[in-house]
Design a protein around this ligand. Sequence first.
Ligand SMILES: Cc1cc2nc3c(=O)[nH]c(=O)nc-3n(C[C@H](O)[C@H](O)[C@H](O)COP(=O)(O)OP(=O)(O)OC[C@H]3O[C@@H](n4cnc5c(N)ncnc54)[C@H](O)[C@@H]3O)c2cc1C
Length: 364
Amino acid sequence: MIETDVLIVGGSLVGLSAATFLSWHGVKTLSVERHHGTAIHPRAGHFHLRTLEVLRSVGLEARVPNERCVAFVHSAIGLPGVKVEIEDIAAWRAVAEVAGRFTQGRVFLVGDAAHTMPPMGGFGGNTGVQDTHNLAWKMALVLKGLAGPDLLATYDSERQPVGELAIQQAYSRYVLRVVPERGKEGMQPLVDDLSMEIGYRYHSPAIVSEAGTGLALYEDPRRSKATPGTRAPHVPLQRDGARISTLDLFGKNFCVLAGANGAAYCNAARDAAAGLGLPLDPHRVAGGENVSDPDGRFADEYGLSDSGAVIVRPDGFVAWRAKDGRHASAVTMSAVLRSLLCRDEQAQASIRGLTNSMQSPHLA
Ligand SMILES: Cc1cc2nc3c(=O)[nH]c(=O)nc-3n(C[C@H](O)[C@H](O)[C@H](O)COP(=O)(O)OP(=O)(O)OC[C@H]3O[C@@H](n4cnc5c(N)ncnc54)[C@H](O)[C@@H]3O)c2cc1C
């Protein structure tokens, strides 16, 4: 008998992404695929910004050689005079369907198994890759005994609404671009591409939402300013003399980004994480430090004062934010981390209380 921690059924785009993300987190996987060879029907002509970010975060950027990219472009544009021979015609059917829930017991639906949509907008594969990116770090922490099993339930709370939004938007684009004669009845108004790609927002116990920030499922990412539940924004930084992005700090571990006077958060988070056995990367974003902010944009883009801090999850989403230094204690950081990791209900209740107390007007 073959034993594995995670069995992945289907070895196409999303199944193989799941294997990549899980092995990045050190989780043993086994993929099974019913076909013998690679796919003959190219179905992913357009990858979103977010998918490229998450693939880059596990080191796939360097693996596509330039010559191959050039060959892709040549084949896509077609040079005048080049003889074209049709070798095959592959049919596909447009459907817009989403599973009501993505999790049942120890089974997790990802990719087209969870949501199948018309290709207009290029949402299908992108949503699938991002499903597995959301799930992989949670599985890794639960399998390593560092998070409670309830963390896995947040996969459904976070990704099912995103899948539903994607099918609605793919359907709207399909109607408008391909079958306008069908009419707009039952069609959702279009959401702009940038909000769809990097503006979606999670609401779950793995996020400490701030009171008064609403329950919107998406928003303009240029305005979200690191609101918990949103993708942590890109800010150009410098590390050891080299230009980097905030995004380069995320990927494997929870990360704390503190303002120039937020060293207390880094120390408190370091102590709290050590107590929980959790790997965590604290960074004070300050001039002259290991990580500096040459353009002085960090605090504003992250909605912080100089003494504030955010906790960013391994998938690059903001999990918690303290706009100033009042909560920089190891006790608070430990309670926040235990709550985010679904380690115990008591921590979650105490964090809900803390969050409400953090909404005092001068923090807004
Ligand atoms: C014309 C077209 C254009 C598209 N363009 C884009 C685009 O530009 N961008 C984008 O993001 N998406 C695009 N998509 C959507 C994208 O192709 C799919 O969303 C993506 O391939 C889904 O990947 P998946 O791995 O979840 O599912 P699939 O690609 O369907 O793979 C599932 C795999 O599981 C295998 N399998 C099934 N049952 C079993 C079993 N019981 N045991 C073992 N193996 C099994 C199957 O053989 C298959 O290999 C397009 C789709 C179409 C049709």
